[in-house]
Every structure is written in C-alpha cells, then in structure tokens.
Design a protein around this ligand. Structure first.
Ligand code: AMP
Ligand code: GLY
Length: 427
C-alpha cells in the first residue's frame, strides 16, 4: 500500500476523532479536514470549505491529490457528494467512504426508510405515512393507535423532527403543526408510528455493500438536562461499550437487522458504501430499528474511535475500494466515555467567541474539539457543542470518573455539562 492523502468532510467532534484515529496509521500521507475546527487544525490541514460546497471540495481533492474522502455528516451525502466526485473524470478514481444519494435516503427520508424496512422484513415499529392533504386520514389512523403517539417529519429536521405525545389531543395538535409547515419541506410527509417501549442503543456498521464490519456499540445522552430531561440536543456525551448490549443481543442485531439491511440494499440496486448507524430499541431482548443514519454518530464516534486498535485507515481504504471482504478490526476491552462541554443556552441560543482555558493541563483524557476555533494563540468557542473530554477506563464508571476529573480543569464563560452521565447504567 502507498501513503494516502485523506480528506475528511465535516467540522465536529466526530471528524476530530476520526482524524485522530487515522493519523495513527503508517499509511497516512497528508490529512485534510474541511472545514475542520480548532482541534483538527493541530493534527491536520483545515480547508476553509463548507462540506456541501461540492465544486470547492472537488478543487481541493485535485489540488491536494486526495486518494480517499471520508464524509462525516449526512448533508453532503443526501445532496450527492459521491455522485459529484464520481461523475468527473478528474476525480472519478478517488475512493469515498459515504453512500450515494439513493443510499442516503435511508436517513434523508423516514418514509423511504420505513418502506425499505417493511419490504425487507427488518423489525421496526408499525406505521402509517400521510401528506398534508391526508390530514383527516392521519387523524383517523391516530385513533387506531395506542398512546404515546410518535410523529415524525419525513425529511431531515436536524434531530428535531420527532414528537412523542402522551394523549390524542396533543397528538392531533402536533400533526396539525407538522403538516402545517412547522418543519418546512421536511414535514410535507409525516410518519406516525407505534411507540416502542424498551432501552435505546445504537449499532454502527461499516460496509462496502458486500461485506461489513460491526463497530463497537455506543450510546449517547441526548437530553440537555440531568436525568434525561429537557430539550433534545445533538448529544451531551457517550459511552462505549453499551453494558446492556450483550453478545447475544448483538448477534440478533447482526442477523435480523444488519445482514437483511445490506442484502436489501443490494436487492434494490443501491450501491451502498460507508457507515451505517442504526438507532435501535431493545424491546425485551428483541431489536427494533428506530432509525437509520448514513454516517457515524456524534458524540458516539468520540467514544468508538479510541476503542479501535487496528489500522482504521487501511480498513477505510479497502472499504472505499469495495475490498472490505476479509477485513476485521480488533477492539479494546477498555471502556471509553466522552463528556460533552457545551455553551450555556445550548440547544437554544448561546454566545460564541469565549476563550477556552485549561486545555494544556489535560493529562489523562483526550480532547476532541467540536465547536472551537483557533484565534491565535487562543482557542475560542464557535458552536453550541464545544468539545468532548474522552477517557479510557476499566469500566464505564472509571472512564467517566476520569473525564469528570479532567473536565474540572477546563473552563470558559457559561460552560455547561451534564454531571450525571452513566446514571442509567447503575443497578
Ligand atoms: P429519531 O430521530 O427517529 O431517532 O427519533 C428521536 C428519538 O425519539 C429516538 O432517539 C427515540 O428516543 C424516540 N423514538 C423515535 N421513534 C420511537 C418509537 N417508535 N418508539 C419510542 N421512541 C421513539
Ligand atoms: N448522536 C446522535 C447523532 O449523531 O445523530
């Protein structure tokens, strides 16, 4: 194998963690991140390019002789970055980890993903889908369901497109809001589904459409407040592995969900190459799919990358080339926990441009930057989710203890983080 020039698209903690991991590879040539953040700037070359600005991405690929593109977030995938790069003679041989537009519909459209699951016999909640014109039918459908009621806007809604409502009156009001344009184009179609009562976790898969590798399981903490209360966020922290996902359960996930999903994509003529992040509900030991994402999770990636012991660049290179068959990865038996430090006010409005103190005194944890910017010689906040404090431990609790100890050394104006990660894991 030759040295590889790699471009990672995205600028969050996920992309910093992937860059950190790939940088350990003996095959790493030049590493570029577009747009990157204050952390990736230390270990890679940041390119001042939006990840959905495809002409600029293509120019950067040519200019830097990029061999491999890793796509972090969903937006460039849904918009067709793969097709854009592959359809140009100058870049057609560049390998890409990230599905094309059709595969990305698994995340881009809830209705598409539900139809896909039903068609291929993949366990998921029962559902109906309705347009604004069908609002009366949708309300009648609600009456056939039991509370709580789950309403989902069809399109990408930045993690805010799901309403779970306790009674029929608020469910109907929610439906009126969704189909009435509250979510813009994303809400033109609404999926109403059965509520699944169980424990939530995520499964991560890397596939070239033929073979697959199961990555470590992880769980994130979505709510802003302690005890899983308050508004939903992109994620306030994560742990890996997930203690309640034992080998038997993961085996069921592989047999009943991962394999039929990859087979289904093949049958439907969808060339899928990239990550698949499956949101699952464990209902009495049986896995059901809540949603597909066509990328890695953030902040799950921050806890998954440190547990991969193998040369992950080699694995991604093979995946991008459709040569994943026979590849395996070894996973550390250590647990990893990532604590997200956020700007006060997040996920609603918050201030940016706050200097971050204490980063150089971190000795026992990894820091993955998310919303940070280098304003030389300082690092300042530039987003709601600012950085993760990521630690190893012999147990989740030990890893969390280290992250909390190290987090004490970091400060910025109006900093906030949850003090109770792992609360739900104690017996
Ligand atoms: P999604 O954006 O589809 O992941 O949904 C956001 C959150 O809503 C999930 O993480 C679950 O906690 C919850 N959720 C979604 N669908 C269901 C369901 N059918 N039953 C119970 N909870 C659900
Ligand atoms: N942490 C959830 C996500 O990346 O969608």
């Amino acid at each position: 194998m030759k040295k590889l020039n790699v471009l990672i698209l995205g600028g969050g903690g996920r992309e910093h963690a992937i860059a950190w991991k790939l940088n350990q590879s003996e095959w790493m040539g030049g590493l570029f991140v577009a747009p990157g953040n204050g952390g990736t700037g230390f270990i890679a070359t940041n390119l001042d390019i939006r990840e959905t600005d495809f002409p600029a991405v293509k120019s950067a690929v040519i200019e830097n002789a990029i061999d491999l593109i890793i796509v972090g977030p969903e937006a460039p995938l849904v918009k067709g970055v793969r097709e854009f790069i592959e359809s140009d003679v100058e870049t057609e041989n560049v390998r890409i980890v990230g599905p094309g537009r059709r595969g990305a519909q698994l995340e881009g459209s809830k209705a598409f993903s539900k139809e896909f699951m039903v068609k291929h016999g993949i366990p998921t909640a029962k559902y109906g889908q309705f347009t604004a014109k069908e609002i009366d039918k949708a309300k009648a459908f609600l009456h056939t369901m039991k509370p709580p009621y789950v309403l989902k806007a069809d399109g990408l809604a930045g993690g805010k497109g799901v309403l779970i409502l306790e009674d029929i009156v608020s469910a109907k009001a929610g439906l009126d809001e969704m189909l009435g344009g509250k979510f813009g184009a994303a809400g033109e179609v609404v999926v109403i589904e059965e509520f699944l009562d169980g424990i939530e976790l995520s499964s991560f898969v890397l596939t070239d459409g033929k073979s697959h590798i199961n990555l470590p399981s992880a769980k994130d903490y979505k709510r802003i407040g302690e005890g899983d209360t308050g508004l939903n966020t992109g994620g306030m922290g994560s742990i890996s592995p997930v203690p309640f996902a034992d080998d038997e359960f993961l085996q069921r996930v592989d047999e009943r969900i991962v394999k039929p999903t990859i087979e289904g994509l093949k049958k439907d003529g969808i060339d899928y190459n990239g990550f698949l992040f499956i949101g699952l509900m464990n209902v009495g030991g049986d896995p059901f799919v809540i949603e597909y994402n066509v990328r890695m999770g953030d902040p799950e990636t921050e806890s998954i990358m440190p547990r991969i012991e193998s040369d992950f660049l080699e694995v991604l290179w093979k995946c991008g080339g459709g040569e994943l068959e026979g590849s395996t990865i070894s996973i550390s038996t250590q647990a990893v926990a990532s604590l997200m430090m956020v700007s006060g006010g997040y996920p609603e409005s918050y201030e940016k441009g706050k200097e971050i103190f204490g980063l150089t005194s971190i000795t026992e944890a990894l820091i993955f930057h998310a919303g940070t910017k280098m304003i030389y010689p300082s690092i300042e906040t530039s987003g709601g989710r600012v950085l993760t404090v990521t630690s190893y431990g012999d147990s989740i609790k030990a890893a969390l203890d280290t992250s909390y100890r190290e987090a004490n050394k970091i400060s910025f104006d109006k900093m906030y983080y949850r003090k109770d990660l792992g609360f739900d894991l104690k017996s």
